[in-house]
Design a protein around this ligand. Structure first.
Ligand SMILES: [Zn+2]
Length: 436
């Protein structure tokens, strides 16, 4: 028997002008809420989401990780047809990074202004725009009586920008049952004509990320008067060690996701720092600390000297082995090489899934001719914490962005194109109402 909700799922089409205007209005209001992290006080933003969800007949729940400072996780569930399947989790965050007001010029970073075809403000890109796409899609499904193919749960966290201690980490440690899902849609990826393959419209959907492997290198030597050079100089030892550390050999095996990207894009990838970073293990020398006194004395040879290298490893690379090889390359018993982060690699999420197919179909409906491909992202995201728990996480930003616009994330004059935002709402809705 075909039930009424099922029929509606096939026939009901939202009044798109109304939905798009509603979404744009909400995004303007959301940007005006200064949910800056620190301090990541989410009270006003959570109330704002609750109001909209409740007026659509949904029942949001607060999971408060720290009441005194307003650390609120907001959770809402729209029941689906097949309750036996694990849900889809929509993951977004209330918080935004601080602003350098002077660098925004005439634009108010918390004005939510629409000008020259863009909506401007802190968080437009990271990630209030996508948060509103999630929210409005959910509300639209509910209002039209469209029952999704499985439960959809939306989680909005208060502190993604400071590692998620009170957000995703706290939820995973204390309320995992409420967010245990088969799939996650998070930020990451995007549509672009520049980044992946010049001149070709490509939507990258993030299925994995590089592992964060921070390495500290410490050299020991003998202190002394700089007027009388000695071979046991910690700084000189460190310089030799860092030079050898950075001279890492290229790893042999290409990454499967990168190989698939290459195939999907017709054989070649663009040459830029983003694409270079996702094809190999990378090392960036980030800190150097040495010297005695502040300001450090020029005439003193110090006994200690240290450096850190931010290494980002491809999924599947063993971080401990990577560091052991670095130690062997340095080959100096007076130099200590330690891994100071916990990469805990979950690998990339598989994408031979009905949800990935639904994402591809939804993008192609609005952008026929685009290439849709799984990608790796070079930086860390909250998705990794859920991949470690076995969830399949995809980073979906359903908007075409040019490099200048994409570059405003965490920077000045953050913005997104209004037309792309509106189209993004439609694509997100299309994904959520699909069968997956
Ligand atoms: Zn973000």
């Amino acid at each position: 028997m075909i039930t009424l909700p099922l029929l509606l799922a096939f026939f009901a089409e939202p009044n798109w002008t109304e939905v798009e205007n509603y979404a744009l209005d909400l995004l303007q209001k959301y940007i005006r809420i200064q949910s800056i992290n620190p301090p990541a006080d989410a009270r006003e933003a959570a109330e704002f989401f609750e109001r909209e969800l409740r007026s659509a007949g949904l029942e949001p729940r607060r999971l408060v990780s720290d009441a005194a400072t307003g650390k609120i996780n907001l959770l809402v569930r729209l029941p689906g047809r097949d309750r036996a399947k694990k849900p889809l989790l929509l993951l977004n965050h209330f918080d935004v990074v601080p602003v350098d007001r002077a660098a925004w010029g005439a634009i108010d970073p918390f004005g939510g202004q629409i000008k020259d075809g863009y909506i401007w403000g802190r968080g437009a890109l990271d990630m209030k725009g996508i948060g509103i796409m999630h929210l409005v899609s959910l509300i639209t499904l509910k209002k039209l009586g469209v029952t999704p193919s499985r439960d959809i749960v939306m989680l909005t966290t208060p502190d993604e920008e400071t590692n998620g201690t009170y957000g995703i980490v706290w939820m995973a440690n204390n309320h995992f049952r409420e967010i245990d899902a088969e799939y996650v849609l998070d930020e990451g990826g995007m549509g672009t004509r520049e980044v992946f393959s010049p001149g070709k419209l490509v939507f990258g959907v993030a299925v994995g990320e590089k592992q964060v492997a921070w390495v500290r290198i410490r050299a020991k030597g003998t202190a002394g008067h700089a007027s009388q050079p000695i071979p046991d100089n910690a700084n000189e030892r460190l310089l030799r060690a860092v030079t050898r550390a950075l001279d890492a050999p290229a790893q042999g095996k290409p990454n499967a996701v990168v190989e698939e990207m290459r195939r999907n894009l017709g054989g070649s990838l663009a040459d830029n720092k983003y694409i270079n970073a996702i094809q190999k293990n990378t090392l960036s020398l980030t800190t150097l600390r040495a010297g005695v006194g502040d300001p450090p004395k020029v005439n003193v040879i110090p006994s200690n000297s240290e450096a850190t290298i931010d290494c980002r490893l491809l999924p599947g690379v063993n971080a401990q082995e990577f560091v052991s090889e670095m130690r062997a390359r340095i080959n100096d018993p007076q130099v200590a090489v330690e891994l100071i982060s916990d990469p805990n690699d979950p690998g990339a999420s598989r994408h031979d899934t009905p949800l990935f197919a639904a994402i591809r179909a939804a993008i192609l409906k609005y952008h026929p001719g685009a290439a849709v491909t799984p990608i790796l992202v070079p930086h860390g995201t909250d998705s990794v914490k859920l991949r470690r728990k076995g969830l399949l996480a995809y980073g979906l930003t359903p908007m075409i962005l040019d490099l200048a616009t994409a570059g405003t994330m965490h920077s000045d004059q953050e913005r997104i194109p209004v037309d792309e935002f509106k189209k993004g709402v439609r694509i997100m809705y299309e994904v959520l109402k699909s069968d997956f």
